[in-house]
Ligand binder design. Structure first.
Ligand code: NAG
Ligand code: NAG
Ligand code: NAG
Length: 291
């Protein structure tokens, strides 16, 4: 007879005990850690890496930054001082500085060696729980200083002729990727020859050269009789998921197109007319003999 009542109390006790656990678990579930860092950073500049998290200050235990497998910075709130290292230091390829609350590190004067995969982790106290951010691959680049250069043998072409032009990027790191456009449309890769990169004496810079070879057709010449060719040099070769390039330089030149003298077609018409009149001639002659 008493059993249902005991069962009832058990349920209530269970509920009371699990309530704080449940809310801590929810806190952990909703713990969000995100590393905000640049994918591309210019050689010599400052990269800011923010470990953005949702742990409130009273529950925060630890924040750590990693580069690859290596821990480069650690913040433990209860420790004195909370930071390791506890002052700005040189890590591979940069001078590292940190914010007071441990959420941000700054990498000053970045060199190529600072490129790598960065990550951060946050640990909360109750319940003890650690969450990692998605790693960010950061690349130190040396952008192009100038627009690419387009060279070609002549600037006037007759329809049917082959147009050949070279484009060279200015030196950069990594080597820029060249894309050709005709009248604003990307050129079929079959018409483009990429030459091996050329090294430049300092800062591991390289420049790219690519040749465009296309037979000029009447379609190429717009209403003004000009064809526009553009060369775009980018780092990286293709845009990232944000549809952006870290570095982009472009050069456009205009070449004049002269229509081909209409020799073949006028000759064809002449022959056709000749044939027709010959047949008519024969027909009328036959008509005279066969009434
Ligand atoms: C940090 O995260 C919060 C939410 O989790 C977001 O609202 C905020 O914009 C983020 N900060 C930055 C700098 O992206
Ligand atoms: C921590 O410090 C950084 C830089 O000083 C600041 O941008 C950020 O808002 C601070 N975050 C918190 C949670 O106090
Ligand atoms: C383009 O560059 C290649 C390789 O340097 C060279 O052989 C070729 O003559 C150049 N063509 C033009 C049109 O400048």
């Amino acid at each position: 007879m008493q059993r249902p009542v005991v069962g009832h109390w058990r349920k209530i006790l269970l509920l009371v005990y699990s309530l704080p656990l449940f809310s801590y678990a929810t806190l952990a579930d909703h713990m969000n850690v995100q590393l905000i860092a640049p994918q591309y950073i210019t050689h010599g500049s400052t990269a800011i890496l923010l470990c953005n998290h949702t742990v409130t200050d009273d529950l925060l235990h630890k924040i750590e930054f990693m580069k690859g497998e290596k821990r480069i910075f650690q913040y433990i709130k209860e420790r004195n001082p909370p930071y390791i290292p506890d002052k700005p230091v040189y890590i591979d390829g940069a001078k590292m500085e940190f914010s007071k609350n441990g959420t941000t590190i700054k990498l000053h004067n970045v060199r190529y060696e600072a490129s790598g995969i960065y990550c951060c982790e946050v640990t909360m106290t109750t319940p003890i729980y650690t969450a990692s951010a998605d790693p960010v691959q950061m690349k130190v680049i040396f952008p192009q200083s100038e627009n690419p250069r387009i060279t070609f043998k002549k600037s006037v072409y007759v329809v049917g002729e082959s147009l050949e032009a070279n484009c060279s990027s200015s030196p950069a790191h990594p080597v820029p990727y060249i894309t050709w456009f005709i009248n604003g449309e990307e050129v079929d890769i079959a018409l483009v020859t990429h030459y091996p990169h050329t090294s430049y004496h300092k800062n591991h810079l390289m420049f790219a050269t690519a040749k465009l070879k296309v037979e000029v057709s009447a379609l190429h010449a717009g209403q003004n009789g000009h064809l526009e060719i553009s060369c775009q040099a980018t780092i990286p070769a293709f845009p990232t998921h944000h549809e952006q390039f870290a570095d982009i330089k472009k050069k456009t030149v205009s070449v004049q197109i002269i229509p081909a003298p209409d020799v073949t077609s006028s000759a064809a018409i002449l022959i056709r007319e000749l044939t027709l009149s010959t047949i008519l001639c024969i027909l009328s002659a036959m008509h005279e003999f066969i009434p």
